[in-house]
Design a protein around this ligand. Structure first.
Ligand SMILES: [Zn+2]
Length: 148
């Protein structure tokens, strides 16, 4: 998830990104369901000061929906864990670091190692979202999809 804060107006970038993640993860699970992999999902997030707000946002999405609909395959509110206690969060941190290196520092080395691992279906990348100005050029897989 790469979000240029200038592109979302007054919206909170963490909440914007969280909504995107919830929607994209749910759609990922939906596509698996259609392929007879009837799994449900659970969000595991790093403990943060945003825990209470993200918990209530998740509940709001379940009851009132998010801007694209209702999540149907995420079974509970997000779990917040100490990143030192689980490798899941440490893996996510590595992905975040690779994205930060590419999009903030212009170094693609780590991103190139993971760029083919983002969720995709039929050549469309769903697991990477890059929100930027329309006139900005970008070669990432998410932006390449938009040009098709
Ligand atoms: Zn891009």
């Amino acid at each position: 998830m790469i979000v240029d804060k200038t592109q979302i107006g007054d919206e909170d970038p963490v909440e914007y990104a969280f909504e995107q993640i919830v929607m994209r993860f749910d759609k990922f699970l939906m596509r698996r369901y259609r392929n007879n992999k009837k799994d449900k999902g659970l969000l595991v997030l790093d403990k943060s000061t945003r825990e209470t707000r993200l918990q209530s946002l998740a509940i709001e999405f379940k009851s009132a929906g998010h801007r694209w609909g209702f999540p149907r395959n995420i079974v509970d509110v997000p779990f917040f864990v100490d990143s030192q206690a689980t490798r899941l969060i440490q893996y996510a941190d590595l992905v975040s670091y690779a994205l930060w290196r590419k999009f903030e520092q212009g170094d693609s080395e780590f991103f190139e190692a993971i760029s083919s691992s983002f969720d995709s279906d039929g050549g469309v990348v769903h697991g990477l979202h890059h929100l930027k100005g329309r006139s900005e050029a970008c070669d990432c897989p998410a932006c390449a999809n938009r040009l098709l």
